[in-house]
Design a protein around this ligand. Structure first.
Ligand SMILES: NC(=O)c1ccc[n+]([C@@H]2O[C@H](COP(=O)([O-])OP(=O)(O)OC[C@H]3O[C@@H](n4cnc5c(N)ncnc54)[C@H](O)[C@@H]3O)[C@@H](O)[C@H]2O)c1
Length: 263
């Protein structure tokens, strides 16, 4: 289609919608688990693209380290598996920013325990932090997100689709987030887009890895937190990703696309 051809279709819904979507400039986003790793990278990327961020984490010291570097970040220390924390986060975002354009449910924990010795309490804790968190943010953030025509982003994992032994609780929550993303996308439409990212191996510790660790990825390297930060900013930006909802974007350097045969 040539530029001139667009004039005839300017009244179609696509073009009407384009008038109401915004870039990240002056937007406000909530990021959970913002004190370290992937959440830190997402918060940093959103701020770099013009947004203000409310970062939430249980790690008060980590949050202080982050907030010392920018005045575009407000922080709140709390456990996002608790409904009162989530209500407090949403209220603070509305009070400080006047609205919410995006919510990134990133905070997560993993327990590697053989299923026969996994306590119900530990199973439940992983469910509450990794999965229930996103339900609570949808519940309490819906009104604000509908008003801003905003977006939710859930951080799943490639472990939603494949597993190592003794990771049942973690994998179940990440598979749950895959389903929750499309379920919420239907329920909150048309105002709110809801997507998930399924990261592969992301080196959040910065430790030196072996050549074979990098080589098992099609792109020849293990992932960096910034790889997820950039994908997150793209999916939250209604200008760029306004036609994407209910999806889980796998960001894994191709690791889960590689067949494994014994040589
Ligand atoms: N690193 C990877 O390879 C990888 C791969 C796939 C998915 N993920 C997912 O990405 C997300 C971030 O992981 P990461 O690797 O950056 O881990 P991380 O441990 O470096 O960061 C997680 C952050 O969440 C915070 N947190 C944990 N429980 C919390 C709670 N109840 N309330 C508030 N904050 C809480 C922690 O304090 C920490 O700052 C997680 O959901 C994880 O499952 C990571």
């Amino acid at each position: 289609m040539r530029a001139g051809d667009l004039e005839g279709v300017a009244g179609l819904p696509f073009f009407k919608n384009r008038e109401i979507v915004m870039s990240l400039d002056n937007q406000t986003h909530i990021v959970t688990g913002a004190a370290s790793g992937i959440g830190h990278a997402i918060a940093t990327q959103l701020i770099a693209e013009g947004a203000k961020v409310l970062g939430v984490d249980t790690d008060e010291v980590g949050l202080e380290r982050l907030s010392g570097r920018t005045d575009r970040l407000v922080t709140l220390t709390g456990d996002v598996s608790q409904e009162e924390t989530v209500e407090r986060v949403v209220s603070l975002a509305l009070e400080r920013f006047g609205g919410i354009d995006g919510i990134v449910c990133n905070a997560g924990i993993m327990k590697r325990v053989p299923v026969g010795s996994l306590d119900l309490e530990d199973w439940q804790r992983v469910m509450d932090v990794n999965l229930t968190q996103s339900f609570l943010f949808a519940k309490h953030g819906e009104k604000a997100l509908r008003a801003s025509r905003g977006a939710m982003l859930l951080i799943s994992s490639t472990r939603a689709f494949m597993s190592e032994a003794n990771t049942e609780s973690y994998s179940a929550t990440k598979g749950g987030l895959f389903a929750l993303a499309h379920s919420l996308a239907v329920s909150l439409s048309p105002e709110v887009r809801v997507n998930a990212i399924a990261p592969g191996w992301i080196n959040v510790s910065g430790e030196e890895l072996r050549p074979e660790d990098h080589a098992q990825h099609l792109v020849g390297r293990v992932g960096l937190p910034a790889d997820i930060g950039q994908a997150a900013a793209f999916l939250l930006d209604g200008e760029k990703a306004g036609f994407i909802t209910g999806q889980t974007l796998v960001v894994d350097g191709g690791m889960t696309r590689k067949m494994i045969y014994q040589e």
